[in-house]
Design a protein around this ligand. Structure first.
Ligand code: PHE
Length: 464
C-alpha cells in the first residue's frame, strides 16, 4: 500500500472547511488584526490588507491546498514528491523545511497570547471586569504580563491543551467542536459590535476603520520630523498570510486530508470570507470603545485585552458574556495552534517514523521552551538591553515569521504551482467547470501574487 492511500481523510468537504476555518480564525483575527490596524493608522491599512487577501492570499490559499491534496503527505515529503512528479529539483522541499521552522516560531509566541485568554477567563469569572475604566483596565493587563510566573503558567497550560489534542491525532472531535463554537464566537463579536454601537464612539470608530488616508499611512513621524516608510505594506501582506494560515504548510497538511471530489476553489473562498469577516467584526467591536474610553490606538499587543473588558464590565450580564467570549477566543486560538504544529508533527511521524505521541511531545516541547523567551519579553526581558532592532524577542519572532517567512513560503508555493509545475496539475486538482475562473486564478498565482510579494519585499528593504 502506498503512503497516499493510508491517509485518513476528512469525512466530508464540510469537515475540511470547518477545520481550515478553525485554523484560519484565531488570535490573528481578534487580537492581531485590531492592534496592527491601530498601530498603522486605520482605513488605509485595512484597504491594503484586504487587497493582499484578495490578490495574494486567496490565490496562494488555493495553491497550497491544491499541492497538499495532490501529494497527500507532510509538507517536506509533499514538495519532494511533487518536484519529482513534475521533473524539477527536489530542492523544493526547502519550502517544507522553512514552513516547519516558521511553525515552531509562531507557536512559541502564539501560545503566550493564548495563555492570556485563559487568564482573562478567570478574571472575568472572578468579577475583575466590573467597573473597569481605561486606566484600571490597562493596569489589570499590565499586572498580568508583568508577572513572568503567571505568563509562564498560562503559556504552559495552553501548550498542554494543544499537546492533548495533537498527540491523539488532529481529526478527533475537532470538526464537531468547530461547527458549534465558531458561530458562537461570531455571535459574541456581533453582540460586542452592537454594544459598541451604543456605548462606544461608533462613528469615530468606523470612520477610523473605513477612511483611508494613504499619506499618513506611509509616514513615520517622530515629533515634527516625518519620513517615508514602506513598513505598513509589509505588515499588511504578512498579516494576510498569518491570518489565512498560509505559507508554512498548515493548509497543505489539511489539504492533504481533503477528499478527492471536493471543490478546492469554493472551499478557499468560504475560508477567506469567513476569516475576513471575523477580523472586520472584531475591529468594529473594538475601535469605538477605544475612542470612547480615551485608550491608545497604538497600544500594541494589549489592545484587545484592555478594550473589551471595559465593555464587559459595564454591560448587562457582562461577566457572563466576558467569560464566554474569552473561552471562545481561547478555543479559536487552540484550533489554530493545533494546525500550526501539524506540519512538523506530520513530517516527524510520516518521514522520521516517530510515534504520534513522541512527535507531539518533541514539537510542543521545543515550542514551549522557545516560548519562555516570549513570556519574558513582557517583563524581565522588556528592557532595551534585551532588544534587537528595537524589538523584543516576542516581536522579533512575530516579525520574522509573519512578515518574512510566511510570504517567502507563499512566494515559493506560487512559483512552484504557477511556473515549475505543469498546468495540468492544477487543472486536474481544481477541476473547475468555468475556464474563466481557472484563467483568473492562474493569472493571479503566476503574476500578481509573486510580483506583489517580491515588490513588497524590495520595498521593505528600501530597494524599490
Ligand atoms: N491563522 C491563525 C490566526 O489567525 C494563525 C496561524 C498562522 C495558523 C499560521 C496556522 C499557521 O490566528
Amino acid at each position: 500500500m502506498t503512503k497516499q492511500t493510508q491517509q485518513v481523510l476528512w469525512s466530508t468537504r464540510f469537515a475540511f472547511i470547518l477545520a481550515a476555518i478553525g485554523s484560519a480564525i484565531g488570535l490573528g483575527n481578534v487580537w492581531k488584526f485590531p492592534y496592527i490596524t491601530g498601530e498603522n493608522g486605520g482605513g488605509a491599512f485595512i484597504l491594503l490588507y484586504l487587497a493582499c487577501i484578495a490578490l495574494i492570499g486567496l490565490p496562494v490559499l488555493v495553491a497550497e491546498i491544491t499541492l497538499g491534496r495532490r501529494a497527500r503527505q507532510n509538507p517536506v515529503s509533499a514538495m519532494q514528491f511533487l518536484a519529482q512528479e513534475e521533473g524539477v529539483t527536489s530542492g523544493w522541499r526547502l519550502l517544507g523545511w522553512m514552513g516547519t521552522f516558521a511553525g515552531v516560531l509562531i507557536l512559541s509566541f502564539y501560545s503566550v497570547v493564548a495563555g492570556w485568554t485563559i487568564a482573562y477567563v478567570i478574571e472575568a469569572v472572578s468579577g475583575s471586569f466590573t467597573g473597569l475604566t481605561g486606566e484600571t483596565s490597562g493596569a489589570l493587563f499590565g499586572d498580568l504580563i508583568g508577572s513572568w510566573e503567571e505568563g509562564l503558567l498560562w503559556h504552559t497550560f495552553f501548550m498542554l491543551l494543544v499537546l492533548f489534542v495533537v498527540a491523539r491525532g488532529v481529526r478527533h472531535g475537532l470538526e464537531r467542536l468547530v461547527v458549534i463554537l465558531m458561530p458562537l464566537l461570531f455571535g459574541m463579536l456581533l453582540v460586542l459590535a452592537v454594544y459598541a454601537a451604543f456605548a462606544g464612539d461608533f462613528l469615530k470608530g468606523l470612520g477610523y476603520m473605513f477612511n483611508a488616508d494613504f499619506q499618513a499611512l506611509f509616514q513615520k513621524c517622530e515629533g515634527e520630523a516625518c519620513e517615508f516608510t514602506a513598513e505598513p505594506l509589509l505588515v499588511a501582506m504578512g498579516h494576510a498570510f498569518f491570518t489565512l494560515s498560509l505559507g508554512m504548510g498548515a493548509m497543505m497538511v489539511y489539504g492533504s486530508y481533503l477528499p478527492k471530489q471536493a471543490s478546492i476553489m469554493n472551499s478557499a473562498i468560504v475560508i477567506a470570507l469567513a476569516d475576513t469577516l471575523v477580523a472586520l467584526l472584531a475591529g468594529i467591536a473594538i475601535f469605538p470603545l477605544v475612542f470612547a474610553n480615551g485608550l491608545q490606538l497604538g497600544a500594541g499587543p494589549g489592545l484587545v485585552f484592555v478594550t473589551l473588558p471595559i465593555a464587559f464590565g459595564s454591560m448587562p450580564a457582562g461577566l457572563l458574556f466576558g467569560a464566554i467570549f474569552f473561552v471562545l477566543l481561547l478555543f479559536a486560538a487552540w484550533t489554530s495552534a493545533i494546525s500550526i504544529s501539524e506540519p512538523m508533527i506530520a513530517w516527524l511521524t510520516g518521514k522520521r517514523g516517530l510515534s504520534r505521541v513522541s512527535a507531539s511531545l518533541l514539537v510542543i516541547g521545543v515550542a514551549w521552551f522557545v516560548g519562555i523567551g516570549s513570556v519574558l519579553s513582557f517583563n524581565l526581558w522588556s528592557g532595551e538591553t534585551y532588544q534587537l532592532f528595537g524589538k523584543t524577542f516576542f516581536d522579533l519572532k512575530d516579525y520574522l515569521a509573519s512578515n518574512i517567512l510566511l510570504p517567502l513560503g507563499g512566494l515559493m508555493i506560487a512559483i512552484f504551482i504557477g511556473w515549475a509545475a505543469h498546468r495540468r496539475l492544477s487543472e486536474e486538482e481544481l477541476a473547475l467547470q468555468n475556464p474563466a475562473v481557472f484563467g483568473l486564478w492562474r493569472w493571479l498565482v503566476r503574476y500578481v501574487a509573486p510580483l506583489g510579494i517580491i515588490l513588497v519585499f524590495l520595498n521593505a528593504i528600501g530597494i524599490f
